[in-house]
Design a protein around this ligand. Structure first.
Ligand SMILES: Cc1cc2nc3c(=O)[nH]c(=O)nc-3n(C[C@H](O)[C@H](O)[C@H](O)COP(=O)(O)O)c2cc1C
Length: 462
C-alpha cells in the first residue's frame, strides 16, 4: 500500500493544542485502545474529549497501515478579543454583538492546515456536541474547506462527544457528513459492528472520554473505515462502465417520475450500464421484525449456492429476492425519491425496513458507493429531507456515500439538475479498488438484542 495519510482534526475549544503532538506520539506507540488509554492516563495530561475521540480513530487508521497526524484547530480560529471574562463583562454595545461569531483566522496557521488537508487522503473531524450540532470551530473548518474545495474526493468521517448519552452525537455527525458530501467528499460511518454515522462518545468533564469504551470503539471504527476507503480510492483505477442501479422508491400511478428519471439517465449516462427498479412495480412485503434475521435455516440451505437470500419471507409473490440480487451485484446504487405536489405511491420506508436481512447477513452491501437522488418540484414540501434519510439508512448498510444528486422541476420542466458525470470517476475507482483490497472479515453481531441466532453468519466482504 502506498503511504497514505489520514489527518485527524480536533474542533474543540478545550483541545489541548499545546500537547497534541504528545497525543500523536501515544497513538504511534500504542497497538490497542487499552494501551492508548493507559498512555493518556499515565501522562496526567488533560486532553479534551474530542482529542481522545480522534486519537482512537487515528489508532485504527495507523493499525490499518496509514500514516497519521492529529491537529488541533483551536489556535487557528481564535476569539477576536474575548479575553474571556473581562471583555465579556464590558460587552454592552449593540455593534459588538456581531463579534460573537468573530473567530479570527490565524492566516499562516490556516494555510499550513489547508496544505495538510489537501495532502491527506482521508480526514476525520472530531467535535464536541453543542446544542445537537458541531462546535463553531468545527463548523468554521467545514466552511473553509468548502471555500477552498479541499475535501473533494477524499474519505471523510466524523466523531462527536456530548455530555448526555443521547445529547446529539448522531445529529452532529449527520450534519457534518451532509456538509462534507456537499463538498464532494466521500463519507463513511463507523462500520460494523454497529455501522452508525460515526464516533459517538458520551463524556462531559474534560478527559472523561477514556471511560466510554463503547463510544471509543465507534471512533476506532471510523478510523478503520476512512483508512480503508482511502486505500480503495488510491489503488482504484478508472474502470469502464460500472453497473449502476437506480431504485425509484416512489412514483405516481402513471409513472411520471420514472419518465423524468429515464430522460435524466439518457442525458447523463447514455452509454453506461444502468437499470431502473421502480418499486411501485414490485411486490415487497414488510419486514416482520422476526428474531432470527437472517434466517439460520436459509443460511444453512443456501450456503453452497451462489446467491444468498436469507430472509424468512419466502412467498413467491414477494420480489425482494431479485431486488436484493440487483443491489448486491451493483457497482453503485442510487436511491431516488420525489418531493412533489402529486399523490405518490410511496415505497421507500417499507422497502428500507425490508433490507434488514441484507444488513444482518454480514453487511452484504458493504463498500458499495451509494447516492441519494431527489427529484423535487419547486415549492413542494412533502419529502424535502429524502437525501438525509437515504444517508442515514444506507450508512447503516456500511456503504460508501457520495454527493447527493438533485433535479428541480417547475411545472414539470427541469429547471436545474446536478450532473451525474461528476460522480462517475469516483464510482469507477471504488469499483476497481474494492476488488483489489484484502477482504475484511465481517461477522454480524447484534447490538441491543440477546438472541444469539443473530450472530451466526460469517463471511468475507470487500
Ligand atoms: C455551549 C455548549 C453546548 C453543549 N451542548 C451539548 C448538547 O447539546 N448535548 C450534549 O450532550 N452535550 C452538550 N455540551 C457538553 C459537551 O458536548 C461535552 O462537555 C463534551 O465532552 C465537550 O467535549 P470536548 O472536551 O472535546 O470539548 C455542551 C457544552 C457546551 C459548552
Amino acid at each position: 500500500m502506498k503511504n497514505l495519510k489520514v489527518l485527524g482534526v480536533v474542533g474543540s475549544i478545550r483541545s489541548n493544542h499545546k500537547n497534541i503532538k504528545k497525543l500523536e506520539r501515544f497513538i504511534l506507540d500504542s497497538s490497542t485502545q487499552t494501551e492508548l488509554n493507559q498512555r493518556i492516563k499515565d501522562s496526567k495530561i488533560i486532553f479534551s474529549n474530542s482529542d481522545i475521540a480522534v486519537s482512537h480513530s487515528l489508532l485504527a487508521s495507523k493499525n490499518y497501515g496509514s500514516n497519521i497526524e492529529i491537529v488541533s484547530i483551536t489556535d487557528i480560529f481564535k476569539h477576536k478579543k474575548l479575553g474571556i471574562y473581562y471583555d465579556l463583562m464590558n460587552y454592552n454595545s449593540i455593534d459588538d454583538i456581531d463579534e460573537i461569531d468573530s473567530l479570527t483566522l490565524d492566516e499562516s496557521m490556516f494555510q499550513e492546515l489547508l496544505k495538510k488537508v489537501d495532502k491527506a487522503d482521508g480526514i476525520i473531524l472530531g467535535t464536541p456536541v453543542y446544542f445537537g450540532d458541531r462546535s463553531s470551530i468545527a463548523n468554521k473548518f467545514l466552511q473553509l474547506t468548502y471555500k477552498y474545495k479541499v475535501l473533494k474526493g477524499k474519505g471523510f468521517g466524523v466523531v462527536s462527544t456530548g455530555a448526555k448519552r443521547n445529547g446529539g452525537q448522531e445529529t452532529a455527525n449527520i450534519y457534518s457528513l451532509q456538509e462534507a458530501l456537499a463538498q464532494e467528499a466521500i463519507v463513511v460511518g463507523n462500520g460494523p459492528k454497529t455501522a452508525q454515522y460515526g464516533g459517538t462518545v458520551w463524556a462531559g468533564d474534560t478527559g472523561k472520554a477514556i471511560d466510554d469504551s463503547f463510544g471509543l470503539e465507534t471512533c476506532y471504527g471510523v478510523g478503520r473505515q476512512v483508512a480503508q476507503l482511502s486505500e480503495i480510492l488510491n489503488i482504484g483505477e478508472y474502470k469502464s462502465k460500472p453497473k449502476i442501479t437506480f431504485v425509484l422508491t416512489m412514483d405516481t400511478e402513471e409513472k411520471k417520475y420514472e419518465k423524468i428519471l429515464q430522460k435524466y439517465i439518457k442525458r447523463n449516462l447514455d452509454s453506461y450500464n444502468s437499470k431502473i427498479y421502480n418499486l411501485i412495480d414490485e411486490t415487497i412485503y414488510r419486514c416482520i421484525a422476526c428474531n432470527v434475521c437472517p434466517s439460520p435455516k436459509m443460511v444453512e440451505k443456501l450456503k453452497s449456492e451462489d446467491f444468498p437470500y436469507h430472509c424468512v419471507i419466502q412467498t413467491k409473490k414477494d420480489n425482494m429476492k431479485h431486488v436484493q440480487e440487483a443491489l448486491v451485484n451493483s457497482d453503485s446504487i442510487i436511491f431516488v425519491g420525489v418531493n412533489s405536489h402529486d399523490d405518490l405511491i410511496y415505497r421507500y420506508q417499507a422497502f428500507m425496513e425490508r433490507t434488514r436481512f441484507i444488513r444482518h447477513d454480514d453487511f452484504e452491501l458493504s463498500n458499495i458507493p451509494s447516492v441519494g437522488m431527489l427529484i423535487s418540484e419547486l415549492g413542494a414540501t412533502n419529502n424535502q429531507i429524502f437525501n438525509v434519510k437515504v444517508l442515514t439508512s444506507f450508512i447503516r448498510h456500511n456503504t460508501f456515500f457520495l454527493k447527493p444528486v438533485e433535479i428541480i422541476l417547475k411545472d414539470g420542466e427541469v429547471i436545474y439538475e446536478d450532473s451525474f458525470r461528476n460522480l462517475i470517476p469516483f464510482i469507477e475507482k471504488i469499483t476497481s479498488g474494492r476488488e483489489k483490497i484484502d477482504p475484511m472479515e465481517i461477522s454480524y453481531k447484534a447490538t441491543g438484542y440477546s438472541n444469539k441466532t443473530f450472530d451466526e453468519t460469517k463471511k468475507l466482504r470487500k
